[in-house]
Design a protein around this ligand. Structure first.
Ligand code: ADP
Ligand code: MG
Length: 253
């Protein structure tokens, strides 16, 4: 499919707020006294079960926006309502709690703990959530099965391929049953065959009812999503969604 089949996206006529609701979000960094305005007023709704690709040239602010969406960072100005809760001015401690409960994050570099096995890596968010060890391992094994890695559960990251590491990272993102899955260039370190396998997993996650937002600079990867938002120089340049394919339409009940 080509990006020309994407139509301009407009928020729902009812004015309903999305699971993500952004109003005039700005973000500045200070280099000494020099202010660098990276996000210049982003307003946006992302609805439950949407599958969104965030694109744009290097330096356009994609990772900065993702980090704000993922509650890893706070905006300088504007409002961010996540699942009905204003998180824009939340203290770091509370933000960490929201992040742990609501968000699964997948990074380009996998970010696994090298000394822990796959199942221990996946179980890690459950330690912070206060789940007992026995239950942690059980839950982690369940999600490892979803990403077809049961047979690698006791291997450490350096004994796994890049694609397997990313599957462990996806399992870790899913283990808390978050309302939102965010992925920043999740296929950036993978070959094209492995990228397709990883994108199939994100497709299955979205089809199971999750909301997925991913950053990519590859059109092929973005076309797995249903909506493409393009950033340029800290503003939204375009926001387009494509009609569902016949197969996707069948899946809607
Ligand atoms: P992208 O992910 O689209 O490549 P980023 O969001 O990483 O872009 O960066 C956008 C701009 O913000 C770049 O000019 C980058 O140099 C700058 N930037 C990002 N993070 C920081 C930071 N922590 N301190 C200062 N400048 C930053
Ligand atoms: Mg980036």
């Amino acid at each position: 499919m080509t990006s020309t089949s994407f139509a301009n996206f407009q928020n729902s006529a009812s004015g309903a707020k999305g699971i993500i609701h952004l109003e005039s979000i700005t973000k500045s960094y200070y280099m000494g006294k020099q202010e660098l305005l990276v996000l210049k007023g982003i307003s946006l709704d992302i609805f439950k079960n949407e599958y969104v690709a965030l694109m744009g040239p290097s330096g356009s602010g994609k990772s900065t926006l993702m980090n704000i969406l993922g509650c890893l960072d706070s905006p300088t100005g504007g409002t961010y309502i996540l699942n009905g809760q204003d998180v824009s001015k939340m203290p770091d401690n509370d933000l960490a709690e929201v992040r742990n409960k609501e968000i699964g994050f997948v990074f380009q570099q996998f970010n696994l703990m090298p000394r822990l096995t796959a199942v221990e890596n996946v179980a890690l968010p459950l330690v912070y959530a206060g789940v007992s060890k026995k239950l942690r391992i059980e839950m982690a094994m369940n999600v490892l099965e979803k990403v077809s890695l049961t047979d690698r559960s006791h291997h450490k990251p350096n004994e796994l391929s890049g694609g397997q590491c990313q599957r462990v990272a996806i399992a870790r993102a899913l283990v808390n049953n978050p309302s939102l899955i965010l992925a920043d260039e999740p296929t950036g370190n993978l070959d094209s065959k492995t990228s397709v396998e990883i994108m199939d997993i994100f497709g299955a996650i979205q089809a199971a009812g999750n909301t997925v937002v991913l950053v990519t600079h590859e059109e092929d990867i973005a076309n797995y999503a249903h909506r493409i938002i393009r950033l340029r120089d800290g503003v939204i340049e375009s926001d387009k969604r494509r009609p569902p394919t016949p197969v996707e339409q069948l899946a809607v009940v």
